[in-house]
Design a protein around this ligand. Structure first.
Ligand code: TMP
Length: 210
């Protein structure tokens, strides 16, 4: 049984979740919490290597089921090598993306089906779901505009998809919010950075004080 707290951060491209995640991590650290920050796909060497294959803009021939399986493989390794050991030590783990990304991107946007993608992920996660998920909601066009302005950020294979694809990603997340209303908390990411951080911090501290 894990004693820690598993928090995931989700959202479409350009929602600003990674910046807020780092601020949240720093604030919790300052307050004396035993916290780690990590990301998917990646977070450890094997999963970072899988990330390079998945997100390489040259891999245009990648089949959508191959893509889903690679995300699930990276997830499995990251979970057993990093996340579960940290939770067992009682840490708060804040993870940039997890299973909801696969359900929204591969399940809904790629059209594999959310249930099918849940099935292959179940093999990888063996029921280990997040305790709390912060979902940063942004209109896909606005999100893609923000990425275009953000010089220096890597442009990955999924960023190159159409606005339609990113609209289906958001629809996928909206289905998940209905399915997991207690776990997934929605944050309006079109607000100022300060307001978005305030909402995220408020949700996490409410959860910790429960
Ligand atoms: P990032 O830009 O937030 O680091 O995420 C990398 C990309 O991978 C992003 O376009 C979302 C995508 N992704 C999936 O399609 N499925 C997944 O399961 C995960 C974790 C990420």
């Amino acid at each position: 049984m894990s004693k820690g707290l598993f928090i995931t951060v989700e959202g479409p491209e350009g929602a600003g979740k990674s910046t807020i995640l780092t601020e949240l991590y720093n604030r919790l650290l300052q307050e004396g919490f035993n916290v780690i920050q990590t990301r998917e796909p990646g977070g450890i060497s094997i999963a970072e290597q899988i990330r390079e294959v998945i997100l390489n803009t040259g891999n245009t021939e990648m089949d959508k089921r191959t893509e889903a399986l690679l995300y699930a493989a990276a997830r499995r390794q990251h979970l057993v090598e990093k996340v579960i050991p940290a939770l067992e030590e009682g840490k708060i783990v804040i993870c940039d993306r997890f299973i909801d990304s696969s359900l929204a991107y591969q399940g809904n946007a790629r059209g594999i089906g959310m249930e099918e993608v849940m099935d292959i992920n179940q093999f990888a996660i063996e029921d280990k779901m997040p305790d709390l998920t912060l979902y940063f909601d942004i209109d896909p066009e606005e999100g893609l505009k923000r990425i275009a302005k953000h010089n220096g950020r890597e442009v990955n294979r999924l960023d190159l998809e159409s606005v339609d694809f990113h609209t289906r990603v958001r629809e996928g997340y909206q289905k998940l919010i209905k399915q997991y209303p207690d776990r997934i908390q929605v944050i309006d990411a079109s607000q100022s950075k300060e307001a978005v951080f305030g909402d995220a911090y408020g949700i996490v501290t409410d959860y910790l004080n429960k």
